[in-house]
Design a protein around this ligand. Structure first.
Ligand SMILES: Cc1cc2nc3c(=O)[nH]c(=O)nc-3n(C[C@H](O)[C@H](O)[C@H](O)COP(=O)(O)OP(=O)(O)OC[C@H]3O[C@@H](n4cnc5c(N)ncnc54)[C@H](O)[C@@H]3O)c2cc1C
Length: 476
């Protein structure tokens, strides 16, 4: 039985393990932290002992691979679909965004017409923009802001419509984004299928998704999970003398098989040097760490010589800040709200998490200027802002709060970003890469991470001579 070592217990690594284990591979997941889930995980709050998400995560109906992964490991029931989205403005006015029983893309027409924060003329402009998006080639990736302005959008429609959706979905500002992934958000999420836009919110802390159900499923399929197991270096053997990396044939490098059936010349991974001084050996390796960690784990000369690895350093990060607030009473009746014209972008109502403690979580995407404000000032601004939208906050007592900023939350989907995202099959014979930053055709999301894990598993199966498609189809 071939052994696979997966480096990183985020969604990409876990998905590759879940894909390979039932196909006859003996998988070990090596995770440096004491918990699984990576960026989509939780930590234990030292003050309360509660499991708190580093940041609220949501999925959408169009995320077919994430849904497949959660269903496979038995945790799909922990996500609740939200067929109504609530948009609110600082004056407290609200609009509900929900589908009518008409075929896509007409199902959301009435919802757009009902948006109180756009004038009738602005709604026409937005509809024009949608029609232009549908006519665009899927791979066209000019700067988004210029594209919007050249397609009859104004600064107000950018700020109050396009930006409201895209800054949260892509974690980047409209002036930095390329068109490609903006188009994908609207086409896959809003225009292609009636269910694409439905937001799925976990009903439990994220950490619970990697609990008993997932661990039992892994145990039944022979997957060993090792937490607190940090890889220090991926040891790569070179042919002697080193030869250039082989040319790709049909997307897969011709490399010597580490398993004996050589098909060419190249390098291969001989083992993993662990931080605790031990070594882990396997037949195949999936490197599923964040993009900014990849180069540091590989031999420097390999990264310098091979653009496949060197280009990863050209990806740039974008931050996300989450503000966690606990009040002594219920302050909002909605399950969530999309905040228009506000510093915060989304607020999630997590309800009464312990007796007399009502928990809200606010997400602020891609606001780099927050660095200059301290946590107290960020919390003050957010609580003041929420107080305008939800007046009950004026009567409530703030019990405690927490501000968490992830500076390298996601890669930035700047124009042309895909040229730096590598396919999962690396030029090293038995090494695959996975992660939301690899070439998935998706932006940096949980769906992208799971797709990358499935694609890495597909790459191993192909190199092992038994190709199989594992990635699930899009909603049609
Ligand atoms: C604040 C925030 C909010 C987000 N909100 C959403 C959202 O609402 N919806 C959505 O779809 N996506 C969201 N995302 C993006 C989503 O979290 C990521 O796309 C996804 O979790 C990436 O998974 P991954 O497996 O590729 O990487 P990661 O989750 O980063 O996993 C990599 C793992 O590798 C481990 N590791 C690193 N180095 C080593 C080493 N040397 N040895 C062993 N292990 C190592 C890390 O500890 C980590 O567990 C958000 C991200 C952030 C940061």
């Amino acid at each position: 039985m071939d052994r696979v070592a997966v480096i990183g217990g985020g969604l990409a690594g876990l998905a590759s393990a879940a894909a390979l284990a039932p196909r006859g591979f003996r998988v070990t997941v090596l995770e440096s932290r004491l918990r699984l889930g990576g960026r989509a995980g939780s930590f234990t709050d030292p003050e309360s002992g509660q499991l708190v998400d580093a940041c609220q995560h949501v999925s959408m109906g169009c995320c077919t691979n994430l849904a497949h992964f959660f269903a496979t490991v038995g945790v799909a029931g922990f996500l609740a679909p939200q067929p109504r989205l609530h948009f609110v403005t600082p004056d407290g006015r609200r609009s509900v965004f929900k589908a009518d029983p008409w075929p896509a893309p007409l199902h959301l027409g009435r919802a757009l017409l009902g948006a109180h924060y756009l004038t009738p003329a602005e709604k026409l402009r937005v509809a024009w923009g949608f029609a232009a998006l549908l006519r665009e080639k899927p791979d066209a990736d000019p700067p988004l802001r210029e594209w919007l302005l050249s397609h009859r959008q104004t600064q107000r429609t950018i700020d109050r419509f396009w930006g409201v959706v895209l800054v949260s979905a892509l974690n980047e500002t409209v002036d930095r984004l390329g068109l490609k992934y903006a188009r994908k958000v609207f086409v896959d999420g809003f225009l292609r299928h009636r269910d694409g836009f439905v937001v799925h919110v976990p009903t439990v802390p994220l950490g619970r998704l990697y609990g008993d159900e997932l661990r039992n499923w892994f145990a039944r399929h022979g997957v060993e999970v090792r937490e607190n197991a940090a890889v220090r270096a991926v040891e790569v053997e070179e042919p002697n003398p080193p030869t250039p990396f082989p040319k790709k044939e049909g997307g897969v490098s011709k490399c010597p098989s580490p398993l004996g059936g050589g098909v060419g010349e190249g390098s291969w991974v001989s083992g993993l040097a662990m931080r605790d001084g031990t070594t882990v050996n396997a037949d195949w390796y999936v490197l599923a760490v964040p993009f900014e960690r990849v180069a540091g784990l590989l031999p420097p000369d390999l990264v310098e010589r091979e653009p496949y690895f060197g280009n990863i350093r050209k990806l740039t990060p974008s931050p996300i800040t989450s503000v966690h607030i606990w009040f002594d009473r219920s302050v909002m009746s909605l399950p969530h709200a999309v905040l228009v014209d506000c510093l915060g972008h989304w607020v999630f109502n997590r309800g009464e998490v312990s007796p007399g403690e009502f928990y809200l979580q606010v997400v602020i995407s891609a606001v780099r200027s927050l660095r200059e404000l301290g946590h107290d000032e960020i919390r003050r601004r957010i609580v003041t802002e929420l107080g305008c939208v939800f007046p009950a906050i004026g009567q409530a007592k703030l019990l405690r709060s927490k501000v968490v900023t992830e500076h390298t939350a996601t890669f930035s989907a700047v124009p042309g970003v895909d040229q730096w995202r590598p396919s999962q099959a690396s030029p090293v014979a038995n090494l695959m890469v996975a992660g939301d930053w690899t070439a998935t055709g998706w932006p940096a999301t949980m769906e992208g991470a799971v797709r990358s894990g499935y694609l890495a598993a597909e790459a191993i199966l192909t190199r092992a001579g038994r190709p199989e498609q594992l990635v699930r189809p899009d909603l049609r």
